[in-house]
Design a protein around this ligand. Structure first.
Ligand code: HEC
Length: 108
């Protein structure tokens, strides 16, 4: 009887810990509003305010083929840069780039 009670208590603590982890992740979820500000400052001159692309050769973010890639692939691509696009490693943090990606996903 006693042992069962202890087991239930342990279970409840584990559930509480798991819930705290989940809400912790939520608190740090990518923020598309912040992402929009960062995008306007750092990316819009080439990619356009609406994501259609201003500079020739830029992908169209509203049609989203590029955005079918998972966040971590996009994150690395943006950190490394490509062709005429500068590398953002050391300029933007991973968190800031993930905010921008969340904003880009809202353009589709
Ligand atoms: C100086 C102009 C310029 C700026 C500034 C710029 N980009 Fe780009 N970006 C490009 C060009 C050009 C390409 C296409 C590169 C290619 O395919 O050779 C590109 C490609 C991309 C791609 C697709 C990469 C891939 O692997 O195909 C993503 C995602 C992207 N840009 C996001 C961003 C974000 C986010 C920012 C701001 C933090 C940004 N870009 C700033 C010009 C720019």
């Amino acid at each position: 009887m006693k042992r069962d009670e202890r087991r239930i208590k342990t279970g409840a603590v584990l559930v509480a810990a798991a819930l705290m982890c989940i809400s912790g992740v939520e608190a740090h979820a990518a923020d598309p509003v912040k992402g929009r500000e960062l995008y306007t400052t750092h990316c819009a001159m080439c990619h356009g305010k609406s994501g259609h692309g201003v500079m020739p050769g830029t992908p169209n973010f509203t049609r989203g083929d590029v955005l079918l890639r998972p966040d971590n692939v996009l994150l690395n691509g943006i950190k490394v840069g490509k062709g005429a696009m500068p590398a953002y490693y050391g300029i933007l943090t991973d968190r800031e780039i993930l905010d921008i990606i969340a904003f880009l996903r809202s353009l589709r």
